[in-house]
Design a protein around this ligand. Structure first.
Ligand code: R5P
Length: 308
């Protein structure tokens, strides 16, 4: 009997990404093949993969990148050694985009170094809204083919459906690009604050007079919540401003350390993020499966053309 998947893209999932890979495979009629990771007691990893076809993609969102990247590169290299001609990466959250320059003498420009590592092992990359700030396009640092899925439409649908009379608040200058797009789609007012960061956990910002927006619900919107401090300081300064209880919405919910407890204690009535990283319990999910599947379908068709 002929294999119905012959010649199509095969998906491999790094541990923890199986559900996402299965969902994408189901939407696109692709096969998911086996990838296993063994950790030796001394911390080294052994990757094993089911023999690949010609075109493959590894699904691996890059939260906790230091632990994931070495096994990921080994998986890509092994797939290539075993005959894959095109090896793609589906990384809904792309790590190491914020350190896009040396802020102090001697600092690594991690965005560029990490891009070189991934570009050396993958032919293409599919990701969701990478943190592009001083670097305005992935092509400036990645030498592979890349495609970006934008979360603004999904986030705007969530805000429009869930929040009455929103006032969108971007906590820092970098967030303007995402906030402006969601505000345009929702037809809501927006403002962008000035943020000062003095350390990983030390952030300050100041809110303007909010009386012109009395009666609206503040929706704090950012691309990443990591330590949660950026959003928490804004929540703190909303206290006593006679606004409705605030919501926090982010594209990539990393929620490191005590971020979620902190946001709730600071007054977040609702917290939502996309599933670029699986939302932790109690955080509302804005699914991106359909958008990712559509983009992956295009990448897969493109890889097929390159091979034929
Ligand atoms: C910064 O440039 C990003 O857009 C986020 O504002 C930042 O990564 C959030 O970090 P944290 O949650 O640790 O304050």
């Amino acid at each position: 009997m002929s294999d119905p998947h012959a010649g199509t893209l095969e998906l491999y999932a790094m541990p923890g990404n199986e559900a996402r890979a299965d969902a994408l495979a189901a939407r696109l009629g692709l096969r998911r093949s086996g990838l296993w990771l063994h950790r030796f007691p001394d911390g080294e990893s052994l990757v094993r993969v089911q023999p690949p076809g010609k075109a493959v993609a590894v699904v691996c969102t890059l939260r906790d990148p230091d632990a994931l990247t070495l096994p990921l590169l080994m998986a890509a290299a092994t797939l290539r050694e075993l005959g894959a001609a095109q090896v793609g990466l589906v990384a809904p959250y792309l790590a190491y985009m914020r350190q896009d320059r040396a802020f102090e003498p001697g600092q690594a420009v991690s965005a560029r170094i990490y891009a070189a590592l991934l570009s050396g092992h993958f032919d293409w990359l599919l990701t969701v809204d990478p943190h592009l700030h001083r670097i305005d396009s992935l092509d400036r640092v990645y030498s592979l083919r890349s495609r970006v899925v934008h979360a603004a439409a999904a986030i705007a649908r969530w805000v429009a459906g869930e929040i009455a009379q929103p006032l969108l608040i971007g906590p820092d200058a970098e967030s303007r690009q995402w906030v402006a797009e969601v505000a345009r789609r929702v037809g809501a007012p927006m403002l962008v604050l000035d943020k000062q960061r003095r350390g990983d956990l030390e952030v300050s910002s100041r809110l303007p007079d909010l009386r012109p927006w009395a009666g609206r619900t503040p929706v704090l919107l950012d691309d990443i919540a990591s330590s949660g401090r950026t959003l928490a300081v804004v929540l703190e300064s909303l206290r006593g401003r006679s606004m409705a209880p605030a919501a926090c919405v982010v594209t990539h919910g990393l929620f490191a350390l005590d971020a979620l407890d902190l946001l709730r204690a600071a007054g977040a009535a609702r917290i939502a993020c996309t599933d670029s990283v699986e939302p932790p319990p109690g955080v509302e999910c804005i699914p991106l499966d359909a958008d990712l599947a559509q983009a992956l379908g295009d990448m897969s068709a493109c890889a097929k053309e390159t091979r034929s």
